[in-house]
Design a binder for this molecule. Sequence first.
Ligand SMILES: *Cc1c(COP(=O)(O)O)cnc(C)c1O
Length: 484
Amino acid sequence: MSAPAPTQSLFRQLPQLGQLMDTPELAPLCQQFSRELVADTLRALLAHLRDEIARDVHTDLTLRAELATLLPTLTAQLEARTTPSLRRVLNATGTLLQTNLGRAPLSQAAIARIAETARGYANLEMDLATGERSRRDVHAGSLILDLIALRKALPAQTFRQSRAAIVVNNCAAATILALNTLAEGGEVLVSRGELVEIGGGFRVPDILRKSGAILREVGTTNRTRVADYASAITPNTRLILRVHQSNFRIEGFTERPTLDQLLDLSRTSSIPVFEDQGTGCVIPLPTGDNDANWLDSAASSAALVACSGDKLFGGPQCGILVGDRAVVQQLRANPLFRALRVDKLTYAALEATLLAYLTGNESTIPVLAMLQTPAEAIRTRCEALAQALSANFLHAEAVPTQSVIGGGTTPGATLPSFAVALRHPTLGATSLAAHLRTLNPPVVARISERAVLLDLRTIAPEDDSLLLAILTRAFSPQPEPPQR
Ligand SMILES: *Cc1c(COP(=O)(O)O)cnc(C)c1O
């Protein structure tokens, strides 16, 4: 079927890709973005126009307009295609640990150690004293043990003789490695109240099955007693698993054995206890959530304790396993350990984070600094930002709010905080929040009572001026109108 004559003439106005590629105007773009990328982008642009003509979208006038702006359109598309998809964002949600936003920001010291280690070579697996090959897992191990011992007022040397620590990719990897090493082919006792999904598809029953262990459920969803574990022990029982209730809370008629009670059972039954503790929390939480404390678990006699490095620990993504020396030796010997090991950059950032704790400089760890910022300090910053924004095309006021820790640490616990509540004369809260995510860097906010809330607890104070600058640019009295 042939198109009507006017359409044919529109088609004829479209330049050929080959001709365009040889025009001098494209030379700088080819230089900057490569000839292949420019040609590919241009081909798609021309195909799009061809498609629009076929669908009768264009008149002679509109097509001419498109062709006149072909070069800027091409440049914009090339810039978009070469912008990294992973970008920095400003987290104004007030949620300290958001898996969606990359969890813990790193300390300056950790960033510096990553840069230094990444730039050249490192003694990742070399003992510099002998020049011989060594193991990479020696790097953070003794600092982890020192941290636990010193915080618990235990003599570090003695503690190090009986315990050991290794690092893997994340806490999920730590859990798989632990279950596979200690319970493959055998039964693992887990309370029905702990057969949970942590998030991102981490489901305790699935992880257990994949590790080759057999799940043996004990107790009920709301109440499980030590006696339930004791009566479930058979000759095939290999492990007691305790999972921190990271992202949910059971209220009402509930009961759950403490770790110490399970350790008592472990002593009498000789069944080891593995706790998937998750949070990596070293400090007492202002929310008073004691079960979130990793230090207590890590200093206990549990055969193994796993936690994330990038939750309340405030370091890089990794999973930290602490436990009985002989048990950790078994983990090291498991071929899975090789597949789950971390790279030199993770060790670099983890060691810097551990050193901050060890030397009493933990306020340099961003998550801990945010956690401990008093609400009044946040109020002062919110009032200053609201004041500075009042010259703009936005209504801004400081309002009290609640921050949450998040990231699978302490369900339901909140911290009193302040936020700047933004209202736009024409955009609703959802559209305004969506517009904030188009800024550079994108600002991620929360919506409450038809306003967009910017909780400054999760914005570093040194970024307040950046936040003000990008909001001012977007909403100054003579702006380009925001795209809906
Ligand atoms: C967060 C969490 C995990 C998963 O940790 P990742 O580091 O994300 O793999 C596992 N178990 C518990 C109890 C957790 O809180």
